[in-house]
Each structure stands twice: as structure tokens, then as C-alpha cells.
Design a protein around this ligand. Sequence first.
Ligand code: ZN
Length: 506
Amino acid sequence: MKNKRSTRIFLACLLLTLTILACNQFVAEQKPPHDIATVPATDEASVTAMPEQPLEASAGSTGLGDSLYPDFGNGGYETTHYTLDMTINNISTSDLSAIVSIEANALQNLSSFNLDFVGFEINEITVNGESAEFERTESELTVYPSSAIAKDEAFTVIVQYAGSPEEMQSVALPVQTGWVTVDGGSFVMSEPDGSASFYPVNDHPLDKATYTFRVTVPVPLEVAANGVLTETINSGDTNTYIFEVRDPMASYLATINIDEFEIETSQSQTGVPIRDYYSSTLAEEYREPFARQPEMIDYFSEIFGPYPFEVYGSMLMDTEFGSALENQTLSIYGTDMIDLDNVEETELTVAHELSHQWFGDSVSVADWSDIWLNEGFATYSEGLWIEHTSGRESLDDWVKFIYSDVITYPEYYPAPGSPPADDLFNGGVYVRGGLLLHALRLEVGDENFFAILQTYFERYQGGNASTADFIAIAEEISAKDLSTFFDAWLFNEAIPSIPAMGLGVE
Ligand code: ZN
């Protein structure tokens, strides 16, 4: 019985992990620097008569310097809000016309800046209402505003484009990323690099922003996107759906999904509204593994801190894509992530994606090499859900089972602290990352351990954290030097032992 359960747990864990395997100097007008002390008040005329000095401006960088993906994102500015106004003209090709408006702040004097964007025909780009020149390579869009943007200035970029999203292969794992057109609809699954396949974006989790989605689709299709649905406008043959994401969101979590849906709503006891979207072609039994989401939200809120967003829900597309993704406020699953014969097992995947709302979505990685902070935490959250529903002994069995799997198949589980760029979502970041947290719990004790999780969430929610930030909190709360512990668990080629459980000791 136990073994069977462990095997099932293992299989689900494996399914989750393995399926994923499958300076231009530029001059512009500016007021002269004005040093009051040296300009006599009476000498006004000499100030105004001085020739205007040019603004020294340079190009924003083409990447944000991520250690694994240096070209992801762009420098020189930060975004605050995206409005994606899209009209889907043809559902079988996802042919669309879009007007994307980006609110941003300049972090330097900018002669030009980049966005990440792939495919489509761009019709026009304006910056602060003025038409701008642009240049494109495969994934970089360089915009040259007609006059330089001064540091600290807020500016608005509007990009108008049309076409069908191009199929895009992720650089981080062998799957199609971004906007995926399927029979009768489309879905979006972008982690880590797919967002540029459907909108121009500063595509790195360091630059979070709020979003408005305004998506028009032919009747009877419907739209499921992140955030709160604030309005639906019927215009005869089309429906327009408006969604607001009012909490800052990392770009890779933006999702727009189109299909005919059945929507089921519920609420957690702590008051979080839940709306789940199921492709209307799916049998009702597919809803079963999602039934305990309200309870999961309450449990995780209790142990991590209050659920960080306005709403939650899951979206199950009637298609197989070997993965699930924790899009902010709306996790997405392919039907192959659901085992109808094993609801308990599938619930672990549901708990995994939900826990990412705290760890991954609210607290996001500062660098993609910190991915274990997402996947290790979400994997351990599966264990915490087992503990909550079946007791500590069941958690221990699960820990023993996944530990033994690492020992048996070490090649699937590289050290979690340094994932390869082309295999970001490897078994190590999930399973060894999760086991690290259990080992930490045994090292510092339950009280410290949960205080560490809560402090980490409280301090970094809505922003970004690095592995060093997490270690600093663990050391602060436990009052222990944990450098040897973390070094071994993050970087040792072989998994460290857990002597307290007799694991990995001769
Ligand atoms: Zn995950």
C-alpha cells in the first residue's frame, strides 16, 4: 500500500519533471544645467541667451544580464503597465491584430531602447505619441524615439502589429513556448522565454508590471487570461473580454487562452475567489482533482502567508502538452497532467502549481539560475500537502522515496544550484531542491523552518529574490551558519545525506 502510494507519488513527480524534459551617442534638446549659485538673479538674460545644451543619451542595453540568458529582457528602462489590445481574426491560425501599449520609466537618458519580440508585421511604433523608427533581429526590437528620453522620465510606447504568432522553441527546454495554436483555440505557456511570441516585452522576471488584457474573439469563443475579468462586451459577431492584473506580474506568467469554456466558481474560506476554466469538450470528471483548491489555498496561506493575489483558478485545455504552468492567478494544465484514475496523485500537481503563486509568481527569481527557488519550493509543497492530508509519516515516506530515486538515477538529478541553460527544468531543481528544504527543516527545526518560509515570502512578495537572499533569511532566523549546508545541497555533484532519516548513510 505504502509502496504503491510512493510509486504513484514518484510517477506523478516524474511526470511533472520528465514531461517538461521532453552607445549610440544621441543628442537632443534639453534645458542647460542651471547652477543657481553661479548665476546672479539679476543676470536672467545671460541664462536664456546661452545656447541649449544637448542631452547626452545612449542606447539601453539589449539584455538584463541574466547569468543563464544574458539577452533576456532589456536595460535602460523599466515597465510599469502593459495594455494588450488584441483582436483574433482567424481562430484556426490565430491571425490577430494588436495594439500593445507599454508604460515605462527611463533609468538613463535613452537614445534608443529594446523590447523582446518575435514575428508579426509591425505597422507602427510611437513613443509618447510620436512615430518612432525601429529595427528588428530575430528576437530583439530596437526602438529609436524621435527625441531622446531623459532619465526618470515616464514614457509610453505603442506597438501596432498583425499576423499569426510564430511557433517558437524554448531555449531552456525542448518544448514549443509562448502562444500555441490548437484545434479550435489557443493557449499560452511561456516560461521562461515565450512571451515575446505574442507581445513586445521586457522579458525578464526582474521587470514586473501590471497588465490590462482586452481581447476580442469571434462568437462563440471565450477568453481566459490572468487577473480579474472586469467587463465582457458583445458586439454581435464578436465578444471582447477585459481582464485586469493589478498586482505586478513577471512577463513569463502572462497568459491569454481561447476556447469554449465551462467556468466553475468557488471560494476559499479565507475569501479568495476561484474561477476554474475547463474546455467545454472535457468530461466533468476532469474537475475532480481541482475540488480541493479552496482548502489548499487556506492551508498554504496559513503556512506561507496570505494568498498574494486577488483571484485564483486553473485552466484545463482539452489538449496534451506534457506540462503545467503556474500563470499568475490562472495555472494552466494539459489533459496529460491529469490522471483520472488517481485523483490524489493529480492533486499533488494541483498543489504544486498553486504553491507557485507564493514562490515563483509573487516572490520571483532574480536570475533564472535561481529556478530551484521556484521548483524546489513547489515540489516540497507537494510534500507539505501530503503531510497536511495524510500525516507526517506519509511525508517521511514520500521524502524517502524521492531521495532513493535520486540515488538510483543520479543522472536525472543534477545539483539544483547550477542548472544548465538548455535544461533549466531538470529533475535536480525539482526533487533535490525539494529535498533541500526538508533537510533544512530537520537542520533548524519546524518552528524556525516555517518562520524562514514566512519571512522569505513576507520580505520579497511582489518582487524578486535570489538564492543568497533565501540563505541570509535562513541564517538570520535560525541563528546558524548554514554556508556549508547550502553549498553541499546546492552544488555537490552527489546529493548530501540526511542522517536524521538514515538517508544516504552507509
Ligand atoms: Zn513547478
